[in-house]
Write a protein that binds this ligand. Structure first.
Ligand code: NAD
Length: 243
């Protein structure tokens, strides 16, 4: 599949990795559905359409099943069939286990994992009828190796990997690919909260000795969206952090 002229829905694409993905897919000729929890800025949609593609905004909360379904319905009625779904929206709320309440744990699972289910299940239903589609889920290297203070986030991102592989098996004969990207440390607002000292310590552990850029992740999403014979895989985009 070539991405030119295809319709791509990217959750959590108002900033960070999702925003760069929206720009890179638009540059590659794809029509883009931008999602965030609040109103999507006209200015950003205009930036995307300047690449000669269509761009629409759908606001909604992926952690709510009904809201997820409404977003997909709105996107398809305004743009047509969605060819690629990127489950990118995700949050962190770091705390050591002994300080983590059940609510702290469940909230992260609800958005990162249940949100991915809410979008995927309702999208797959439509993609199965059309016998084509690509789904890309954002996991994290933290889901593979864990991290201090991120038991909730790591559990959600490990869950995304199991979910990806299971759904990939279920829909493999229906022309739908399902893959995950596991970014390492990427320069975004999510990591901007880290102190310079912590960032230096993290850099020291990365073989490539730098944080990734949002473009580093977006180019892998572009590749996976077009790869016809790759499914159920997790691609680490982490400068060699996990080998
Ligand atoms: P970010 O915080 O910069 O952006 C997250 C986006 O998701 C925002 O647009 C936010 O509005 C949206 N969002 C959050 N909750 C939502 C909800 N319930 N419904 C709809 N939208 C919602 O994050 P980022 O750093 O760009 O990360 C993007 C994805 O990549 C996340 O899934 C994150 O876990 C993953 N990731 C990031 C890093 C990193 O270093 N930044 C590393 C590994 C994985």
């Amino acid at each position: 599949m070539t991405i030119k002229g295809k319709n791509v829905l990217i959750t959590g694409s108002t900033r960070g990795i999702g925003r760069t993905m929206a720009v890179e897919f638009a540059k590659a000729g794809a029509n883009v559905v931008v999602n965030g929890r609040s109103e999507i800025s006209e200015e950003f949609l205009n930036e995307l359409t300047s690449y000669g593609v269509k761009a629409i905004g759908v606001s909604g909360d992926i952690s709510d099943f009904t809201s997820a379904g409404e977003m997909i319905a709105q996107a398809e009625s305004e743009l047509g069939a969605i060819d690629v779904l990127i489950n990118n929206a995700g949050i962190t709320n770091d705390k050591l286990l002994l300080r983590m309440s059940q609510e702290d744990f469940e909230k992260i699972l609800q958005i990162n994992l249940v949100g991915t289910f809410n979008m995927t299940q309702q999208m797959v239903k439509l993609m199965m009828k059309r016998r084509s589609g690509a789904i890309i889920n954002l996991s994290s290297v933290v889901g593979l190796i864990g991290n201090v203070g991120q038991a909730n986030y790591a559990a959600s991102k490990a869950g995304v990997i199991g979910f990806t592989k299971s759904v990939a098996r279920e829909v493999a004969t229906r022309g739908i690919t399902v893959n995950a990207i596991a970014p390492g440390f990427i320069e975004t607002e999510m990591t901007a909260v880290l102190s310079e000292k912590i960032k230096e310590q993290m850099n020291a552990t990365i073989p490539m000795k730098r944080f990734g850029t949002t473009e580093d992740v977006a180019e892998v999403a572009l590749f996976l969206a077009q790869a016809k014979y790759i499914t159920g895989q997790v691609l680490n985009v982490d400068g060699g952090l996990v080998m």
